[in-house]
Write a protein that binds this ligand. Structure first.
Ligand code: BG6
Length: 491
């Protein structure tokens, strides 16, 4: 098994928020990996930009420390780090004034013909200011793209505004809206599984599928992001983007090709077909939770309100939803989704449960026949698991047993699994938008989420407490069990 690296054109990546958390944890390590794997063509540069006053040298030191801290054991190579740091530059710019922009232009003018990508790893409140400055200082070339991180708005109105602001300066084909879940290996594998095999597609519909579960469970808590998180909550932070994207890839029709417009057209249709959840049904279809003190990741942990330092908050750190898609393929098939912080483990998966067999020919002694399940595991230990009923081996008559064909990608293929950002950062350079969200997708997702938020407010739906280190509030278990089904908790 070999992986193939296709070099990209020389580029200049300008990272606004270049000395921030995302650059430190994700972007710099991701770019470093792409360098090591030989994907860069020269000359290629990474230019950190933010308000802090740093010299090029100080920025290189910052990057070196970031790599030391965030690379895995054995990945830090002195010579490669030196080479990487030599391509780093830094400018101090202010989004609100003209300070620093001439300096940035001077640096960029040295590479006028290269691909130029502006990465906005900053608060969305200044997306507009930065876009305008990029325009005013004539930094946009034919080869320019802009990359924006979530949150893209906190509701439909603010998302429209944000998209308009960026859209005034950049054309849609220049705008790359990142949802890092789309860069995860298994998410792309979902498309391979569905569209490169003849096996599943004929069964991929309401005739053969009983229900779908999508779980994105985290064991971490707020990780120092209380300020942002308390104004967002799990629905905005995880469902509006990552989970709805997973749902779209699971439920979409077969696109005519992997062309970015073809794929995104199909995802959009799913979002538009989601049945509304509003004040009239929000209490039956959703559960909101908030963690209390408990134990997680091997030790005692504080409750959410204590992490907020005594604050009062009705923000959900957990949400479970019974969603439905109103089209022929999925009529009557519930999509149960749930996500939360401080849960029993870090586990993300999509579980497809097929319908039971129509008629059992075995006698009672053979045992219960369990419906087939396909589990697509995103993390940890990415892979695919298909459960099947077999005859229990050996003597003893016909006894049936539920077994799994379990493929862990890490043990099946001896390749390093790249972080989602690595692929996405290179897709920006290649100008491939397949794994990025189009404007209408983001807006359609908010159109579905907004009435849930409003419904919660109107119904005064309170968060249910759950102990840190568990699978969430008991009401979430009831949400699925009252339909005669259970959450797949097999980690
Ligand atoms: C981010 C959310 O988008 O995704 C975080 O803002 C969350 O709250 C993170 O922790 C989860 O990403 P991953 O890749 O660790 O599952």
């Amino acid at each position: 098994m070999s992986s193939q690296i296709i070099p990209v054109e020389p580029f200049d990546y300008v990272v606004f928020g270049g000395s921030g958390d995302l650059a430190e944890r994700k972007l710099l390590p991701a770019l470093y990996h792409r360098q090591i794997e030989g994907q860069f063509s020269e000359p290629t540069r990474v230019i950190g930009a933010s308000r802090s006053a740093l010299s090029h040298e100080e920025y290189r030191k910052f990057a070196e420390a970031a790599l030391k801290e965030h690379l895995k054991k054995g990945e830090y190579d002195e010579a490669e780090v030196k080479k990487f740091c030599a391509r780093l530059f830094y400018v101090s710019v202010d989004a609100k004034t003209d300070a620093g922009w001439d300096q940035l232009k001077k640096i960029l003018d040295e590479g006028k013909d290269r691909v130029r990508a502006f990465y906005l790893a900053v608060a969305p409140g200044i997306f507009g200011d930065i876009s305008q400055k990029i325009h005013d200082h004539k930094l946009i070339t034919k080869q320019t793209r802009i990359v924006v991180e979530k949150p893209i708005g906190r509701d439909l109105a603010s998302a429209l505004q944000l998209n308009d602001t960026i859209g005034r300066v950049f054309k849609e084909e220049q705008i790359f809206r990142i949802d890092h879940y789309l860069g995860k290996e298994t998410v792309q594998n979902l498309m391979a599984l569905r569209f490169a095999n003849a096996l599943y597609e004929p069964l991929w519909n309401a005739d053969h599928i009983d229900h779908v579960q999508i779980t994105v469970a985290e064991s971490v808590g707020l990780e120092g992001r209380a300020g942002y998180y308390d104004t967002a909550g799990a629905l905005r932070d995880m469902v509006q983007n990552h989970i709805l994207q997973l749902l779209c890839l699971t439920a979409m029709e077969i696109p005519s090709s992997m062309d970015s417009e073809a794929v995104r057209d199909e995802k959009l249709k799913v979002l538009r077909a989601l049945k509304p959840i509003d004040a009239s049904n929000v209490e039956q279809s959703t559960v909101r939770g908030q963690y209390r003190a408990g134990a997680s990741a091997g030790g005692p942990v504080k409750g959410y309100l204590d992490e907020l330092e005594g604050g009062v908050s009705n923000t959900e750190t957990f949400v479970a939803i019974k969603a439905e898609i109103g089209n022929w393929r999925w009529a009557g098939v519930p999509f149960y989704i749930r996500t939360g912080k401080r849960l029993a483990g870090r586990m993300s998966e999509i579980v497809i449960t097929f319908k039971p067999i129509p008629h059992n020919i075995f006698d009672q002694a053979a045992g219960r026949i369990v419906a087939n399940q396909l589990v697509i595991r995103l993390q940890p230990d990415e892979g695919v698991k298909q459960s099947l009923m077999i005859k229990d081996p050996g003597p003893g008559g016909m006894r049936l047993r539920n077994v799994s064909l379990d493929m862990s990608f890490a043990s099946a293929f001896n390749v390093r699994n790249p972080d989602a950002y690595e692929r996405l950062l290179m897709d920006v350079v290649r100008s491939n938008q397949t794994l990025f969200m189009r404007r209408d997708e983001v807006e359609a997702a908010w159109k579905w989420v907004d009435p849930i938020l409003k419904g919660w407010e109107e119904a005064g739906q309170q968060v249910q407490g759950y102990t840190a280190g568990t699978w969430g509030p008991s009401q979430a278990i009831a949400l699925i069990e009252r339909d005669g089904r259970t959450w797949h908790d097999d980690i």
